[in-house]
Design a protein around this ligand. Structure first.
Ligand code: ARG
Length: 475
């Protein structure tokens, strides 16, 4: 059903209808559209544009429509341009002429952006909650392996031994930042565009702040032109989704490498890996690879939207219809990838003996020699040179630097006494790094404790927001 036929002598050409039609994808907004319409109709009743009797009739028809949409008995048809026209058709079917009265003083321009904001709030909160499950899984694995020694890399070369729990816990920090970003997003974007009309505001709906309150927003936007044209909240959401994707891709890369025969650190569970159609022996880390690969489309969706927005005139332009599909795609991508990654993390077995075996390779304890000398008062440049000389000596003997004998160490520098053995072992080295962010087991234990606490707090906040949202949506 078209909402704008009056001044046209004929309907749009078929090709135009096909181009213009968005209902196939924006139907996802149906329940939000109903809720926003209820708030709008309440506003019209407050300003006496419609009687309170008519208001009740329209709202109960909208409620009916909402259940019919939920149970699938009402849906869009071939003649509907978008979700808004489909819902108006449903209302007219129920109420006749009154079904066309409810849209006084609002345009699809303020309606669509309000619907869309509610859709994002709903889904970004769900994603935030799933992130807390991911953090919980990571925290548990970090806790389980907080005593395990592993090689630490820079440039993908052996650098210094680390505690494997520390290696896993780093991801929890990244995802908690994403949760934090979502909370910032909610704070900044909790303002309603409803009441902006097409672009100039509405004389029939003079109290948008009351509709905003009804819809759970902190307030109404103060400039109607900005309200209908701003899509910063969309770009910011897509940025958050991209960063989550990037974080997932880095986990994906690690699990892919760790499960190679060469590394042999990670044994993926059968339920969280896949086989090959030709090579019967294969067990592939497809979840890890998809986690890595899907970041491409998440970033693509952000780039696509930013390109649509660049140079766009104010206020509403039809280009803005292009804002929705990237968000739907990013949300739905995260909804499938996050649970699979959580499962992969929870079920992977790590071979601690193998990790510990390699932890000291590549002269990984050379820094301990330099640190030991620095602690003994040797200027660090000299300490560094001396440790380098030890590496050269070990290399010439075909051994690792920590395998040099007491005599050999003392031959390089007289301060290299047997006392150095305390930190010239894997656990000696890691457990000496006792700063809060360090890799000592005591620090990692405290770190995981604080991560767990932060995650519980974050979850509590998210659950509260989700409950409020559900309450607001129920009409
Ligand atoms: N389907 C449109 C969108 O998603 C709704 C708004 C249409 N407004 C208009 N003036 N044509 O942006």
């Amino acid at each position: 059903m078209a909402l704008w036929g009056g001044r046209f002598s004929q309907g749009p050409a078929q090709s135009v209808a096909a181009l213009s039609r968005s209902v196939d994808f924006d139907w996802r907004l149906a329940q939000y559209d109903i809720r926003v319409n209820v708030a709008h109709v309440n506003g019209l009743s407050r300003s006496k544009v419609i009687s309170s009797g008519d208001c009740e009739k329209i709202i109960s028809a909208l409620k009916e429509l909402s259940s019919e949409i939920a149970n699938g008995s009402f849906t869009f048809n071939d003649s509907d341009e978008d979700v808004h026209s489909a819902i108006e058709r449903g209302l007219v079917q129920k109420l006749g002429a009154l079904g066309g009265a409810f849209r006084a003083g609002r345009s699809r321009n303020d309606l669509v952006v309000t619907d869309f904001k509610l859709y994002i709030i709903d889904n970004i909160l769900e994603i935030a909650q799933t992130l807390t499950l991911l953090v919980d899984a990571l925290n548990r694995v970090a806790d389980q392996y907080k005593g395990a020694l592993a090689p630490g890399f820079t440039h993908l070369q052996h650098a210094q031994p680390i505690n494997f729990g520390h290696e896993i816990a780093k991801h929890s920090h990244a995802f908690l930042r994403d949760v934090d970003r979502i909370s910032d997003w909610l704070d900044r974007n909790s303002y309603s565009p409803l009441g902006a009309g097409a672009l100039a505001g509405s004389g029939l709906q003079p109290h948008p702040e009351m509709s905003a309150e009804e819809l759970g927003f902190k307030g109404a936007l103060l400039n109607s032109i900005d309200a209908v044209s701003d899509r910063d909240f969309v770009a910011e959401a897509l940025f958050i989704f991209s960063v989550i994707g990037i974080h997932l891709s880095r986990i994906g890369e690690e699990f892919t490498i760790w499960s190679t025969t060469e590394f042999g650190w990670a044994k993926l569970d059968d339920a969280f890996s896949t086989g090959s159609s030709i090579m019967p022996q294969k067990k592939n880390p497809d979840i890890a690879e998809l986690a890595r690969g899907k970041s491409g489309r998440l970033i693509g969706n952000l780039t696509g939207l930013l390109t649509v927005l660049k140079g766009l005139p104010f206020a509403y332009n039809r280009d803005l219809q292009e804002d929705k599909e990237p968000v739907f795609d990013s949300v739905e991508t995260l909804q499938v990838i996050l649970p699979a990654v959580i499962g992969m993390i929870e079920t992977t077995n790590f071979d601690t003996a193998r990790m510990a075996n390699g932890a000291l390779a590549g002269h990984a304890l050379a820094t301990e020699i330099a640190d030991f000398l620095a602690r003994a008062g040797v200027p660090f440049a000299e300490a560094h040179e001396t440790s380098g000389a030890c590496v050269r000596l070990a290399d010439s003997l075909g051994i690792e630097v920590h395998e040099l004998s007491d005599a050999q160490l003392a031959s390089v520098h007289q301060l290299l006494s047997p006392e150095i053995r305390k930190t010239l072992t894997g656990t000696g080295a890691t457990n000496s790094r006792i700063s809060a962010s360090g890799t000592a087991e005591s620090s990692v234990t405290a770190q995981v404790k604080s991560l767990t606490k932060l995650n519980v707090l974050a979850l509590k906040k998210i659950e509260e927001a989700r409950n409020n949202f559900t309450r607001m949506m129920s009409i």
